[in-house]
Design a protein around this ligand. Structure first.
Ligand code: NAD
Length: 427
């Protein structure tokens, strides 16, 4: 039976500063009362299945050898091989990688794709290294983790500071090691190496699909709905474009260059062209520039945070004037803000559902690689839509059954799915 989360801190984490892993443990504790017969298996979720720490010695351009620390964590593999990105960042830590791997278990279970959760990372500030050094670091990291990953064991993908090129290097290193062309070892590859059509747009497209589903339930017509988007990159830009094409009025966009506003609706294709040309929305035509803080007070039907974590917090949640929030970014709403929004009847569709389009099309990429048979973009998009709508319906039903938020429903549904698989497999 479950015990309190502090008893589950592994000896290799600092009990005084356990980091993001402690957040995940708390989230599991919170949904345990809803798990019925599966609660007896819940401690399984509190122990990552496998945790690998690797040393990455690499020769620098000037001949020196530098050592980097890398991780690969497989949180739970009951529903399928591990799936999760690799992050290159100076703040990568074991605790963070463990938590991110657990959240991948939740996300893959929410959309019902046959994967478990995993994550990897290298503790490095890539800005300080040349492209040639990054290639050697990536290849050496891949060699080190290849002892625990595999096409049917654990499939990395890109995360912060990793690109399609990074995936190409990882695939090449692995293929050489095993002596087989192995595109299915990573996802997020260039199209020429077995990447999937539609992958680049998939997260934004999934956000759009979920926004339309949630709008229907909130009695919001997409035609004419006022939409505000924070972050107009891969996720926010595509979601904004699709909503604009569906007849919504994107009235405000905020990015790292500022906030633009037009009460009659922005010219979204023109704003996207501005971003492409200059790197940001600032300077777009036919709109006003407003204070960044004003963005969070605008009256609108749908608000899409698609930039950074922690953007909706206790200080701005009181002023949010949206009916629906669809989380494109990972972790954009703090728990304190979540409570405030709940009291104010703002419906929040959580990240683990709203931005799961990316991992879903990564799954399609892997399926195509395994069968060496490639799909049209129409087929990819149709299958993505089907999965996102089914996942939304499932979470809505769970939320209704337990009278909880969609975020709590996501954890309940995902933990149930994983623990049922665990129970069937046995200890
Ligand atoms: P991106 O780099 O393409 O775009 C990021 C956007 O955020 C840019 O418009 C940038 O200007 C904006 N931004 C950065 N700093 C900002 C600030 N201080 N204030 C306002 N805006 C700021 O990134 P992306 O791929 O669109 O990812 C956005 C979010 O979605 C991240 O949280 C990411 O983890 C999450 N996410 C992405 C994917 C994916 O497939 N790309 C999948 C799941 C989750």
């Amino acid at each position: 039976m479950s015990t309190s989360s502090t008893e589950h801190l592994p000896s290799y984490l600092n009990p005084n500063d356990p980091g993001p892993w402690a957040v995940f443990l708390e989230q599991v504790d919170r949904v345990t009362p809803y798990l019925g017969e599966y609660a007896q298996w819940v401690d399984t979720l509190k122990h990552p299945e496998r945790t690998l720490i690797v040393n990455i010695p690499v020769k620098m351009d000037d001949g020196r050898i530098e050592h980097f620390e890398g991780y690969r964590v497989q949180h739970n593999l009951s529903c399928g091989p591990g799936k999760g990105g690799v992050r290159f960042h100076q703040e990568v830590s074991l605790s963070e990688t463990m938590a991110l791997s657990a959240w991948m278990s939740i996300k893959t279970a929410v959309v019902g794709i046959p994967y478990g959760g995993a994550k990897g990372g290298v503790r490095i500030d890539p800005r300080n290294y040349s492209a040639a050094e990054m290639e050697r670091i990536t290849r050496r990291y891949m060699e080190e983790i290849s002892k625990v990953i595999g096409v049917k064991q654990d499939i990395p993908g890109p995360d912060v500071n990793a690109s399609a090129q990074t995936m190409a290097w990882m695939m090449d290193s692995y293929s050489k090691k095993v002596g087989e062309y192995s595109p299915g070892i990573v996802t997020g590859k260039p199209i020429e190496l077995g990447g999937s059509l539609g992958r680049a747009e998939s997260t934004g497209r999934g956000v759009f699909t979920i926004a339309t589903e949630a709008a229907r339930d909130a009695n919001i017509a997409i035609e004419g709905a006022r939409v505000c988007v924070q972050g107009f990159g891969n996720v926010g830009g595509i979601a904004g474009k699709l909503l604009h094409e569906a007849g919504a009025k994107v009235i405000a966009v905020q990015d790292h260059t500022g906030t633009i506003f037009n009460a009659d609706g922005l010219d979204v294709p023109a704003v996207l062209a501005q971003v492409k040309a200059t790197g940001g929305v600032a300077g777009s035509a036919n709109c006003d520039t407003i204070e960044n803080s004003e963005f969070w007070r605008l009256e609108c039907e749908i608000l899409i945070p698609a930039a950074l974590a922690g953007q909706i917090h206790k200080d701005n949640a009181e002023h949010i004037n949206a009916k629906l929030i669809v989380e494109g970014a990972n972790g954009p709403t703090t728990p304190a803000a979540d409570d405030i929004l709940k009291k104010r009847n703002v419906r929040v569709v959580p990240d683990v559902l709203a931005n799961a389009g990316g991992v879903t099309v990564s799954y399609f990429e892997w399926v195509q690689n395994l069968s060496s048979f490639y799909w049209s973009v129409e087929e990819v998009n149709q299958r993505l839509d089907d999965i996102m709508r089914a996942a939304y319906a499932n979470l809505s039903a769970t939320a209704e059954e337990h009278q909880v938020s969609l975020r709590t429903a996501a954890f309940i549904a995902a933990c149930e799915r994983i623990l049922k698989a665990n129970q069937l497999l046995g200890a």
